[in-house]
Design a protein around this ligand. Structure first.
Ligand SMILES: [Mg+2]
Length: 278
């Protein structure tokens, strides 16, 4: 089935943010029309991000500054997924948190209490307030038996003046000092997609995932058995698709092509295999 035919049947869209709807502080072309199209067709949608620093309200404000009006209920972060996961593992548990508002609020909303003495979990996400003392405390709490959780495994993220360290980099001194490995809830963990589906109120067969990364968005979609759309507006180039052992169900230039379902059907093979080209 072609993408247009498939989209007509889909009820929900899970859409990655960075590289799909914006780059830095710039909205990508056709995004406003894409959101209008989703609303017009009556589909439900969720903007999903591995970043855990911001709350859905803060994400809403960020998009509003770029001129896109989307309610906070349409955002799902790795902080919300982590809070949902931890409250299913240990309802009413306690946590020592190194992370932003997005993570702290999500844990409070999920019924967790903050505890700096003997928490059930040390939970780490993206943050600007990261000190020698907070790391030392986290190490000692993990040594005393707290379980180590990371919201997302990304090592870096986009900052205003270049790369900034993301959760994977922030948590690594705690892993190294304690010899414990963190459990990460965000993409590529398919748990994040399943939590997103739940939030969307949609069955996996009725949903489609749109993302720009093969090693997070697309693999998490495949492992959750949700149809995937790779857009080339972010980090993945057309020639790179064949380097992965799995492939997206559809490839598009960007979300601007979603309303028409205009796909890219010729996926080139890597240089070394060019002899096999038909
Ligand atoms: Mg992305």
């Amino acid at each position: 089935m072609d993408l247009a035919g498939l989209l007509a049947k889909k009820q929900g869209i899970i859409c990655d943010m960075d590289g799909v709807i914006y780059h830095g502080n710039r909205l990508l072309p056709g995004v406003r029309e894409f959101v209008d199209w989703i609303k017009k067709t009556g589909k439900s949608f969720l903007f999903l991000t591995n970043s855990s620093e911001r709350t859905p309200r803060e994400l809403r404000e960020k998009l509003a500054r770029m001129g896109l009006d989307v309610g906070p209920e349409h955002f799902y972060t790795s902080a919300l997924a982590t809070a949902a996961f931890l409250s299913s593992q240990h309802p009413g548990g306690t946590a020592y948190v190194i992370g932003g508002n997005g993570l702290v609020n999500a844990l409070y909303d999920a019924g967790f209490a903050m505890n700096e003495v003997n928490p059930d979990y040390v939970v780490v996400g993206e943050t600007h307030s990261y000190t020698y003392d907070t790391i030392t405390q986290a190490i000692n709490l993990v040594e005393k038996g707290a379980r180590l959780i990371g919201t997302n495994p990304d090592l870096t993220g986009p900052g205003e003046h270049g790369l900034v360290p993301s959760t994977g980099a922030i948590i690594s001194p705690i892993e190294l000092a304690t010899g414990r490995k963190a459990y990460f809830v965000g993409k590529p963990n398919p748990l994040m997609m399943r939590q997103g589906l739940k939030r969307l109120g949609c069955k996996r067969e009725d949903a489609i995932i749109v993302g720009d990364r093969m090693d997070t968005d697309i693999v998490a979609g495949i492992e959750s058995e949700i149809d995937t759309v790779l857009v080339l507006s972010g980090v993945t180039a057309l020639e790179e698709i064949s380097l992965f052992p799995y492939r997206p169900h559809f490839v598009l230039g960007g979300v601007a092509d979603m309303p028409t379902g205009q796909t890219i059907d010729q996926i080139p093979r890597p240089e070394s295999e060019s002899g096999a080209k038909a």
